[in-house]
Design a binder for this molecule. Structure first.
Ligand code: NAD
Length: 373
């Protein structure tokens, strides 16, 4: 029997946290989903030859390079994953699209609106597919939440509260990194982009924002013991109004001591409510006014095979998926879009849309007024 399928050859730029997550996601997606292509990990680039070589050995690539441009121009490659710092996303993406490769770029698409605009233009000039890494949207419980809202089970939606908070910058002694550079983007672009994407995924477009973005820790030491001033935001909060009329609030915070992965939302409607917390990503809580009064309360919906595509990973409910499985789902959908089976789930135009919201919140913060998106 011949199991052969066409191949899709992959190059990855960056072998840090997300580089490894992409590799893991490709490996799982290739085995768990019925993909139209066999996924081959071919080449990896990193900041120098030693790092690239060591990553290639550990992660199972055939080649490595310290020059991302040469990886982009490798004729063997079909798809480029960009998991390098945010400031490099634009140049690498545009070069890859111009070299006729599909591009899977980590979020935020880029730290500024001008850059994301250029990237969208490049994607429109190319006939290749694009994807931005908003992996939380691939949670089966998000699909369930969206279905509950669309079915009208919550009645008319009245309000939304969303937060993405972590604490990895909360220690003022932790060193200055690429995330603190002005081109790093700040907490709203870096983390807030995730919760903005979730808000629009669930409730449609946001029309207006009124925000405040602040820098709390104004100086940090580099690893060479030099002091650097910080201009980007540490905390950003905003009121938002959706096009549908729903009112909401959004918070992005990387100084949230004790919060490890608070990507949480609450949605209230006239007939019920739902709430979710990423630290318990297999659970969605539903309150329904149609329940008998004496048993009313938030009930837990525990992820299981009925919450597709959970069933691809596990036949038993309650055994739980993790962060890496969300990445595998995201990858499988991107690969299907490359084969034109489904539309691109979250392409560069969608990433640009999120950057418009980020830019609007920052402008609103500076100008102290509501900003239309
Ligand atoms: P990281 O610092 O762990 O990794 C970045 C990698 O890029 C490192 O290996 C670094 O050496 C390499 N690199 C730097 N300059 C390079 C160059 N010129 N050429 C090639 N490689 C280079 O960072 P990370 O946490 O993996 O973040 C990478 C990207 O992923 C960022 O855009 C970030 O916003 C995003 N991210 C997304 C999620 C998510 O949930 N989707 C989570 C974390 C990070």
């Amino acid at each position: 029997m011949n199991f052969s399928k066409p191949t899709l050859n992959i190059g990855v730029v960056g072998s840090g946290f997300m580089g490894k997550t992409h590799v893991y996601g490709y490996a799982i997606a290739d085995r768990v989903f019925d993909l139209p292509y066999k996924l081959n990990l071919i080449s990896i680039a990193d900041i120098n030859s030693k790092a690239a070589n060591s990553a290639a050995k550990k992660l199972g690539f055939q080649k490595s390079t310290a020059d991302w441009m040469s990886l982009i121009h490798d004729p063997e490659l079909d798809l480029i994953s960009i998991t390098a710092p945010n400031s490099l996303h634009k140049d690498i993406s545009i070069a890859a699209l111009e070299a006729n490769k599909h591009v899977y770029c980590e979020k935020p698409l880029a730290p500024t609106l001008e850059e994301t605009q250029e990237m969208v233009k490049a994607s429109r000039r190319s006939n290749k597919k694009t994807q931005v890494g908003f992996n939380y949207l691939s949670n089966p419980m998000f699909y369930t939440a969206k279905e509950i809202i669309a079915n009208g089970d919550l009645g008319e939606i009245i309000s939304f509260r969303g937060i993405h908070a972590e604490d990895y910058m909360s220690d003022p002694r932790s060193p200055y990194t690429w995330r603190h550079e002005p081109v790093g983007g700040g907490v709203l672009a870096d983390l807030g982009s995730h919760i903005l994407a979730t808000a629009e995924f669930l409730l449609g477009p946001i029309k207006e924002v009124m925000g405040e973005s602040i820098t709390v820790i104004k100086k940090r030491k580099t690893t060479n013991n030099k002091t650097k001033n910080i201009k980007i935001d540490d905390i950003s909060r905003s009121f938002v109004r959706f096009k549908s009329g729903v009112s909401g609030s959004i918070e992005a915070n990387w100084l949230a001591t004790g919060c490890k992965m608070k990507h949480d939302f609450e949605i209230y409607g006239t007939k019920g409510a739902i709430r979710f917390s990423q630290e318990r990503l297999n659970e969605l809580y539903l309150f329904s006014l149609s329940d008998k009064k004496n048993i009313q309360g938030f009930r837990k919906i525990e992820a299981g095979p009925a919450n597709k595509p959970y069933d691809r990973f596990c036949v038993a409910p309650g055994h739980q998926l993790g962060f890496n499985e969300l990445k595998a789902i995201e990858i499988s959908n991107f690969i299907k879009s490359i084969n034109n089976e489904i539309p691109e789930p979250f392409n560069f135009a969608s990433g640009h849309r999120i950057q418009k919201l980020v830019d609007g919140i920052h402008r609103s913060s500076k100008e102290k007024r509501w900003v239309m998106i």
